[in-house]
Design a protein around this ligand. Sequence first.
Ligand code: MSP
Length: 521
Amino acid sequence: MPNNRYITTPIYYVNDRPHIGHVYTTTVCDVWARFMRLLGDDVFFLTGTDEHGQKVEQSAEARGVTPLELADENSAEFRRIMGMFDLTNDEFIRTTDSRHESQVQSLVQRLMDSGDVYLGTFEGWYDAGQEEYYTETKARDVDYVSPISGKPLERATEENYYFRLSAYQDRLEAMFESHPGIVRPEARRNEVLGRLREGLLDVPISRTNFAWGIGVPGAGEHVIYVWIDALFNYITALGLADPESDWYAARNGYWPATVQVIGKEILWFHAVIWPALLMALELPLPGCVYAHSFWISEGQKMSKSMGNFIDLEQLQEYMQTYGRDSLRYFLATQGPLGATDADFSRSQFHETYTTDLVNTLGNCASRTSAMIGKYCDGECPVDSGDAVGADVDWARFTAEQVEIAADSMEAFDLARSIGAAMTIVRKVDAFINDTEPFKLAKDPDAAGTVGSILYRCAEAIRIAACLLESTMPDRIATLRTAWNLGESTADLRSECVWGRLAPGTSIAKVALFPRVDAPEE
Ligand code: MSP
């Protein structure tokens, strides 16, 4: 039986245009999902759009369209990027899907029935002109007068539905103790735990000051807070709150998620509120919430006011110049997985491309296939076991790297996984330099030795390629075709066993990564 694996991205707000942040998170999930599929696992990969809330209502109003029209348009833009970057999500959920909406209502109903959601009263200083509450401190700072309208703030009360988060304090602390890997990287887990220990308050989960949302069951003037609506997407996409549905029948086995990938700015919702909601619903917790850090741009934080977002147009331009797979490679190996931010700079992109892809992987594959062309008539030679002057136990060495690559991918350490494949390629490069088959080939008596060397090179590259396929599916497909390697068998481990490359296979010369001129300073 294949393993079930479930990976999710955050669902993206439709009041923003897609940019590198969205492409990044979805791409790293895609690399992982593809790798797990290559291992033979049964993967469900979810992404989508978060479409309710006051901001969407306001942007739509400003544009003179309905909230749903705005959502339709921008959600389509997000779906378009999935194709543009060849992202293989199994479902694209929209929070305006009726199956999501009805399930959110039944989930909230369940929480009301269990007493985890209750109607409470909130009292505070209200700016009627702005329809906004001030905290006590902020109200004091403005002398209890609206800085906008000049009218006094009013003491107002509001009824809201609350989620009894405070009741989960102990269970959440215990969860972090007994299951430390639930939030990664560790720095992020410690951050949440520190804040958790300051104590939890109940959270309002409904709003009455706008309409664009899912109604609280039985209390139509209240709409469900957009974050609660959004978090539930991870289970409504599997039909968990609709056991009669076809979604449930086909997908319920994927819960709990294996890994839920988010950016660090939305950690609290995912590391505290989300597990508490699941506890309240008596559902199992995800294996891991992985909060990556941020891309910054040429050393600067990206922001709307700075206008320095790496947007889709720029990403497209990178793809045109360097190829889509090179962009995926860069995002996966140089990106902000882990606790520190990463800089997206043109010079570093170029450097990574040239060093790793042109000079290492591309060069090694083209050198090896060119020599097989020249010395072996383009047919994979036989390794007759000759001593070739450089002592490498290839079967053992590649098996070790395969394990590192698979284990690291499992742990969501993409750079290390890809690094293991590249270690194999670098070893091949050094092996060619040490054994010098191009010199030996001048001696007709050494033909067998040359064949043995070249078999080992090609076989090691083939194994590295299998490990790199989830990161660079298109380039590896080109190599598979040129070298007649056939399609992947979804059994990565046995495909990576040394010696699977059959002598006699026709090996054509490949140019995987063309050299690109350095960008101008
Ligand atoms: N809609 C909420 C998430 C709800 S999930 C139940 C949201 N949406 S968002 O459109 O703002 O997307 C946020 C996500 O985009 C981040 O968590 C991260 O995955 C990605 N990124 C946004 N900016 C980023 C960077 N600068 N760098 C890397 N990824 C970032 O929040």
